[in-house]
Design a protein around this ligand. Structure first.
Ligand code: FAD
Ligand code: 2HG
Ligand code: ZN
Length: 480
């Protein structure tokens, strides 16, 4: 066993913090080396960078509780981190060097599988892809589906209330959780791992932690809801001349296909072009260009009639001139290729420049009007503006991003970002939308939140924070 250094590499940690943490989690649970710490100190987008005295990696709930008790007592700030794939800078420590990074990746056990109750109890550090695999092993399905599923963790999914591509059918993460276990900021363990679908015994505390972005405590485990495993999928790519047409198609397909419609994703031609230019082994899904594209998927536990149902719905839309082109997949590899185009947009933006992101939610009926207004407003501000507009149309969630050249100077980027954010978000707010549909607030939207949240709602959030985390050690500088 090595002896931990007596002084932290960065400033401001409590004098005996490292010894006490070392006594709790041992060598395997501490990362002190600067090179080994590096991946924990920068986010996926390379946008936020921080410093830390130590990365702590507990391997059990009890260890997490002991770590939190030490941090509470020493007033040491803590940034909980899962897979570090978040889009709002919520898992990156600040530059002070005082914030401990609490990485949950070693808490990766599947604790309990209950096929008859359709539930799975997993620890916070389990990768989302491993949850999918565990569910499939018992012929069940866990529907949360994100482009980052090979790297993000259940704890991060819950803490951000992640959305993704199947919300239309199954809801957000919040709708997929039966119970949680959490360590409070003072180190006490709350065992709320109930596997019940009904429980009206007062305030539902699990929902406080879901979406709290590491500001109220550490989620250490969760009971997840499982569903019957779909055995058949029907997937199609659609080209349309307008967003109005895709919104009308969405309404038609919902009526025509009912619960079988699981995904309705949208992207502009500019978003598709970006993927085709920057992601290898991709090719255009349709022969021509279209102002907007949709990727639609049906799924069911029975194969019969699924492809026909989709063909019927889309055939009618083609005949009526609602949409201009349709390609229904005839095999699984074609569907995979289509999904690669959709899932490649985030990566393509990183390769093409610097994206100013707007993860917005709108009433579906207001989307087309919003986009027309926002496009015009941005073009007035910046005539050569590059808008990368795509997202989960079925949920009213747009990623209405604006791409700047990679070499845009920092000062110019900062100024443009503030102006574009204000323009887009004021429009979103005016029609009753949200400035964060699924990525959370983190540090990205922290300063904008008070502009758009009703003052009373904000005050209540602050009071909850104060009640649970009186020493204000959980993820300071994020969300609130
Ligand atoms: P992290 O990034 O590590 O942390 C995110 C936040 O949760 C931080 O505030 C952190 O402090 C907190 N946190 C993490 N673990 C815990 C815990 N155990 N207890 C308490 N707090 C915790 N998101 C979507 O919603 N929909 C998408 O479609 C989507 N697609 C993506 C595609 C790509 C390519 C990428 C890179 C990201 C995408 N994301 C998407 C964003 C991201 O993957 C999700 O937000 C995911 O839920 C984050 O999980 P994580 O484990 O990486 O969390
Ligand atoms: C997606 O839907 C993710 O692909 C990422 O939420 C969105 O890159 C983005 O802005
Ligand atoms: Zn998304």
């Amino acid at each position: 066993m090595t002896t931990p250094p007596t002084t932290p590499p960065a400033a401001a940690a409590h004098p005996d913090l490292l010894q006490r943490l070392h006594a709790t989690v041992g060598d395997a649970g501490l990362v002190l080396d600067a090179e080994a710490q590096a991946p924990y100190l920068q986010d996926w987008l390379g946008k936020w960078h921080g410093r830390t005295p130590v990365v702590v990696r507990p391997s059990s709930t009890e260890q997490t509780a002991a770590v939190m008790a030490i941090c509470h007592e020493t007033h040491t700030p803590v940034v909980t981190q899962g897979g570090n794939t978040g889009m709002s800078g919520g898992a990156t420590p600040d530059g002070s060097g005082a914030q401990v990074v609490l990485s949950m990746v070693r808490m990766n056990a599947i604790r309990h599988v209950d096929p008859m109750n359709n539930s799975l109890t997993v620890e916070a550090g389990v990768l989302l892809a491993n949850v999918h695999a565990a569910a499939a092993e018992i012929d069940r399905f866990f529907p949360l589906s994100l482009g980052s599923e090979g790297s993000c963790t259940v704890g991060g999914n819950l803490a951000t209330n992640a959305g993704g591509i199947a919300v239309l059918r199954y809801g957000n993460t919040r709708d997929l959780v039966l119970g949680i276990e959490a360590v409070l900021p003072d180190g006490r363990i709350w065992n709320g791992l109930r596997a019940l679908r009904k429980d009206n015994t007062g305030y539902d505390l699990r929902h406080l932690f879901i979406g709290s972005e590491g500001t109220l405590g550490v989620i250490t485990a969760a009971v997840l809801k499982l569903y019957p495993r779909p055995v058949a999928r029907a997937t199609a790519w659609i080209g349309a001349a307008s967003l109005e047409a895709l919104v009308a198609l969405l309404a038609r397909l919902r009526s025509h296909c009912g619960e079988r419609l699981v995904a309705f994703e949208m992207m502009s031609q500019a978003s598709l072009d970006l993927v085709l230019a920057h992601v290898t082994a991709t090719r255009a899904p349709l022969a021509g260009q279209h102002a907007f594209h949709a990727l639609v998927e049906l799924a069911d536990t029975r194969a019969d009639g699924l492809a026909e149902l989709l063909e019927e719905g889309l055939g009618a839309a083609l005949e009526d001139g609602l949409v201009q082109d349709v390609a229904v997949c005839t095999n699984a590899s074609q569907a995979t290729a289509f999904w690669k185009l959709r899932e490649g947009i985030s990566q393509a933006q990183v390769r093409a420049g610097k994206a100013i992101k707007h993860d917005i939610a709108l009433p579906i009926s207001a989307i087309a009007g919003f986009v027309a207004q926002a496009d015009a407003a941005l073009q007035a501000l910046q005539p050569d503006v590059r808008i990368v507009n795509f997202g989960h149309l079925g949920d009213g969630n747009l990623h209405y991003n604006v791409l700047q050249p990679a070499d845009t100077p920092y000062a110019e980027m900062t100024e443009k970002t503030a102006l574009l954010n204000r323009t887009v978000h004021d429009l979103v707010h005016a029609i009753g939308g949200s400035i964060s549909a699924e990525h959370g607030i983190g540090q990205l939207r922290r300063d904008e939140l008070p502009l758009y949240k009703p003052a009373l709602e904000f005050e209540l959030m602050m009071r909850i924070k104060q009640a649970l985390d009186p020493n204000q050690i959980m993820n300071p500088g994020k969300l609130l």
